[in-house]
Write a protein that binds this ligand. Structure first.
Ligand SMILES: [Mn+2]
Length: 323
């Protein structure tokens, strides 16, 4: 592909390269930036390659720290490469704007094609898969090691739900296979990614014990501020528990209500059935199968559940093949 060659040539041209990723770090943006940094540093030890970001996610700390901040002058005249970041507004380190030229490498919908060179593959399961593809396209000229392969493999695993999502293609598995051949230790990786504190299992047990099911099969849970306090959870951590209800047989809609100081935030998730029209009636919206909304009382929450129940009952009556 021509764009890969253009990116390779551009990297060769520069002595200093700054890597960027999105706010609210995830495994893919961290893996892609760390993986590419390792590949570039191994291949061209004489080049300065920096990865500087204030943001960090606790669960990815095992991948190691980024570089310490440097003076603005070092950004000027450098090549910036932004990974896994759909829009320039989401770039975490705002100093990307100081770079002389910018490359965008991403797999989100390309509504905002910022940068001088843009390589976007909307079908790719992760940005790490794209970096792996870049490496293997130039493997005679680029160097990699087990550590770099592990960074890339990490992002491939986390962004694809452990290779479960429909975005996973034959290419995804071929790239993953070639990375495994470089010595990725998946036992250590999965232990780092998926082991949890005993408290979080206690909260899980709370979720399954206290969630309710409507007649049509809407699973829902109300999390009060007292509950969050009891389990030491942030609003965000509590809201993430919606995914614990994502694979209950017969339940195609699952909803979590999180009590905030002055309102109740709602996360609606579904399989096959569209739920954003429900969210829109409660000052929210979002994707067909993943939406957010806000209600102001338990009564209003129950009303939303009733509407979801009616939506699901109608769906089940009119469709076959759901599980
Ligand atoms: Mn990603």
């Amino acid at each position: 592909m021509q764009i890969l060659q253009q990116i390779f040539d551009k990297i060769q041209e520069y002595d200093r390269i700054m890597l960027f990723r999105h706010v609210r770090n995830d495994g893919d943006c961290v893996g892609a930036t760390k993986g590419l940094k390792a590949i570039l540093s191994l291949t061209w030890p004489e080049k300065q390659v920096y990865l500087i970001d204030d943001d960090h996610a606790e669960y990815l700390e095992f991948l190691g720290e980024d570089d310490a901040p440097v003076a603005d002058e070092l950004y000027e005249g450098a090549l910036g490469i932004v990974l896994d970041t759909g829009t320039d507004a989401r770039i975490s380190n705002k100093k990307y704007a100081l770079c002389k030229e910018l490359i965008k490498i991403d797999h989100h919908i390309n509504v905002c094609p910022y940068g001088d060179l843009v390589w976007v593959e909307e079908d790719a399961s992760s940005c790490c898969e794209m970096v792996a593809k870049f490496y293997f396209a130039f493997k005679d000229q680029l160097k990699i090691n087990t550590e770099a392969a592990t960074y890339l493999y990490t992002g491939m695993v986390t962004d694809s739900g452990r290779f479960r999502f429909s975005s996973v293609s034959g290419d995804t598995m071929r790239m993953a296979g070639m990375l495994l051949d470089l010595g990725v230790d998946t036992d250590v990786l999965y232990a780092n990614l998926y082991m949890q504190d005993v408290e979080s299992f206690k909260f899980k047990s709370f979720v399954y014990k206290n969630m309710k099911m409507t007649d049509a099969g809407v699973a829902y849970l109300y999390v009060s501020r007292a509950t969050m306090e009891k389990y030491g959870l942030s609003h965000e951590q509590a809201a993430a528990a919606v995914s614990l209800m994502d694979s209950i047989k017969g339940s195609l809609i699952w909803i979590i209500f999180i009590e905030h100081e002055t309102e109740i935030r709602v996360r609606l998730r579904s399989r096959f059935v569209t739920v954003n029209q429900i969210a829109e009636r409660y000052s929210g919206g979002g994707h067909a199968c993943a939406s957010g909304a806000t209600v102001h009382s338990r009564r209003e929450a129950n009303k939303l559940v009733k509407e979801a129940d009616a939506t699901l009952a109608k769906y089940k009556a009119e469709n076959e093949g759901w599980l």
